[in-house]
Design a protein around this ligand. Structure first.
Ligand code: NOJ
Length: 668
């Protein structure tokens, strides 16, 4: 072994191997035998020495240490040591970087979507109006001027209702030109200006898209009547059948809006009309009559899911699909961030034209005219159009769909056969909630079923409180609970989709200047901006009368008040920014017929508890034992909420008093 080392010669007289140090190390004198040198090398026999190795002397050690082999080895180990340190540090940083974190939410998820019903938002006397004056109809310039309000409100996505030329048989959903702006709304330049300015202020616009039907005034329909190609088959035509010598529609399919159904409307003495019977006709048959209307000129029936002035487009004709894609591109080119597909479940009907079944409630089944699988295939094509734009500039384009469908079908609007379709198939369940039928248990069942369907599939939830087809939430649930409904929709996982005016608690208006199909005017009345003439909406008489409550219920007043629905809304937008509201798990600590509550928890962050009393008497609830701490801090209460507790003060979670029709948001 020592031979291998080729250590330099050491002699018996050489005391370098017999230092005091080596003696100390071994604790006793080493007994080393030196054998005569061979070839100038002295052999040291340790084995036979009868003692342990005494170690090399310092000088010897240095000599060996300086040999190139050892120098190289030391350097190699030195470098390896530091390389592995650096590697470990880099690895640790890498792990931290790639560990799944709460990725930032895109704005359409983080902030509410706000539906602007264009005709009722803000009228201006912008000079491009036909006569350079206010018209009593909301316009694009009006929306542009209200962008600062929307910024202040904290919403980031505007859901813009129809703005297209229309004879207004279905308040604008009967479109006579898909690629133009109705003159009462302004011009394409004004549209561009509004979209551009919205973008500059961090807002994006998602536009109504109506592929199901056009107006009967649309050039396509007129040419289709005349069988002018390529428009001949742009709509759904049928000869009908002969029944006992009588020409009749091909089947029993019914439409959803009456043209002027006399059972609904009667004339009054002063020549006006009034509604005799209120029917919810947004999705129901039974009040409209046949979905087939005879056209004398073409000598055929045409099909219409809705009013007879709204013939259905034939989406089985690839040329029509191409037209609708062209429409989508036209508006995407003008800078919109997405489309809201109107009446999505109505896009296709069975080609075999089978009769629907007569149901005992007087309505028809929906087997052959509602939510056919072809709907998803069509929407997928629209998705592809949107994705083309996204891939070009990296900006996500949004697809929203409107449809009152069951949960299983709703989920397919997100993803069908593994293919992603819409980011926001609108969850319209809350639009049907009324005070009389709302219980804590029902709310929880509805919410849980929806979330359980969506969340495991990473589908992003949304909550629509109201729209232009449904009574306003403040009317349905009452003024106090309207704040609570906002608390619920804003703090559940997902995006709240609000209808203009919900932020100030606007209610349905009993005034109505004309009869709308479905009697929907009451919840489409002008936005209430101030207590000035016409609520600050228009300098001239508005197209629909302003709700008489506008002197009290308006933006300016609520902005000035120390507490208001508007302030509750703005605060909720802020609370939504909390990590627990964006990413937190949800659970329901206490629910019964009157009480509805949920918590949002994100570890390492303050949690949130929303607690609402839907009932008529005060309740004292023990929320403890549900992972909630002893002390809760009040973050928000509804307008007119109990003076007994103020925002910022604390309560014990073992006994939270929730007065009747009140809602609270606590943090902990
Ligand atoms: C759904 C729209 O929201 C509604 O207002 C309209 O009447 C129908 N589609 C028919 O277009």
């Amino acid at each position: 072994m020592l031979e291998d080392l080729k250590a330099p010669v050491a002699t018996a007289e050489d005391d370098s191997l017999d230092t005091d140090d080596s003696k100390q190390v071994l604790g006793r004198e080493p007994k080393v035998k030196y054998e005569p040198a061979k070839n100038g090398v002295t052999v040291v026999d340790i084995e036979n020495s009868g003692s342990g190795f005494a170690g090399l002397g310092k000088e010897e050690l240095m000599k060996i240490a300086n040999q190139p082999f050892w120098v190289r080895l030391r350097w190699t180990l030195f470098i390896l040591f530091w390389l592995s340190w650096i590697g470990m540090i880099a690895g640790a940083i890498g792990i931290i970087v790639i560990t799944p974190k709460c990725s930032p939410r895109p704005v359409w998820q983080k902030y509410p979507v706000y539906q602007v019903f264009s005709k009722s938002y803000q009228d201006t006397d912008f000079t491009s109006r036909p006569n350079g004056q206010s018209s009593g109809i909301g316009d694009l310039e009006g929306i542009r001027q209200r962008i600062p309000y929307l910024v202040d409100l904290g919403v980031k996505t505007i859901g813009l209702s129809v703005i297209f030329p229309s004879p207004m048989k279905d308040v604008g959903y009967d479109i006579s030109d898909f690629m133009q702006v109705g003159e009462e709304y302004g011009t394409l330049d004004e549209f561009d200006r509004m979209v551009k300015e919205a973008k500059e202020r961090g807002l994006s616009v998602v536009l109504d898209f109506v592929p199901n039907h056009s107006s009967e005034d649309h050039e396509w329909f007129q040419k289709s009547i005349n069988k002018t190609d390529p428009f001949t088959d742009y709509y759904i035509w049928n000869d009908g059948v002969d029944v006992d010598g009588q020409r009749t529609p091909p089947n029993n399919w019914e439409c959803r809006y009456s043209a002027h159904n006399p059972s609904q409307i009667k004339s009054t003495e002063n020549g006006d009309y009034e509604v005799e019977k209120e029917v919810d006709v947004a999705t129901k048959t039974g009040e409209c009559g046949s979905a087939w209307t005879w056209n004398e000129e073409r000598q055929q029936y045409y099909f219409h899911q809705f009013a007879q002035e709204e013939p259905d487009l034939n989406l089985r004709n690839p040329a029509v699909v191409e037209e609708m894609k062209k429409v989508a591109r036209f508006w995407l080119d003008r800078g919109i961030a997405g489309l809201r597909v109107n009446a999505a479940p109505f896009l296709f009907e069975s080609e075999a034209l089978e009769n629907e079944i007569d149901l005992p409630n007087g309505q028809l089944s929906n087997n052959h005219t509602f939510n056919l699988p072809e709907v998803y295939a069509f929407l997928l094509q629209i998705r592809e159009v949107l994705d083309d734009y996204s891939s070009k500039d990296g900006m996500e384009r949004i697809l929203m769909t409107e449809g009152y469908v069951d949960l299983d079908d709703l989920a397919k609007y997100y993803k069908n056969n593994g293919e992603m379709i819409a980011q926001m198939p609108m969850n319209l369940g809350f639009t049907e909630v009324t005070d009389s039928d709302m219980t804590g248990n029902k709310l929880q069942q509805f919410i849980s079923a929806y979330l359980e369907k969506l969340l495991p599939e990473s589908m992003w939830p949304n909550w629509v409180l109201g729209n232009h087809d449904r009574s306003r939430v403040a009317t349905r649930v009452g003024e106090n609970l309207s704040d609570s409904m906002n608390m619920i929709a804003m703090l559940l996982p997902g995006t709240p989709i609000n209808y203009y005016g919900e932020e100030i608690g606007m209610e349905d208006s009993p005034d109505s200047k004309f009869i709308d199909r479905g009697n929907r005017n009451g919840f489409r009345t002008p936005m209430q901006w101030s207590n000035e003439t016409n609520a600050g909406f228009s300098e001239v008489e508005p197209w629909l009368a302003v709700n008489g409550n506008y002197p009290n219920v308006n933006v300016a007043a609520q902005d000035a008040a120390s507490e208001s629905h508007l302030k509750v809304y703005r605060e909720l937008v802020k609370i939504r920014e909390m990590a627990s509201a964006q990413y937190g798990e949800i659970s329901f600590p206490y629910v019964d017929e009157e009480i509805f509550s949920f918590v949002r928890n994100k570890s390492g962050n303050p949690g949130l508890l929303v607690a609402v009393n839907l009932g008529d008497s005060n309740r004292f609830i023990n929320f403890s034992g549900n992972g909630l701490p002893e002390t809760l801090t009040l973050k928000l209460k509804n307008v007119g909420g109990t003076p007994d507790i103020s925002v910022g003060s604390t309560v014990s979670s073992t006994n939270v008093t929730i007065p009747a029709k009140n809602g609270f948001v606590f943090s902990y």
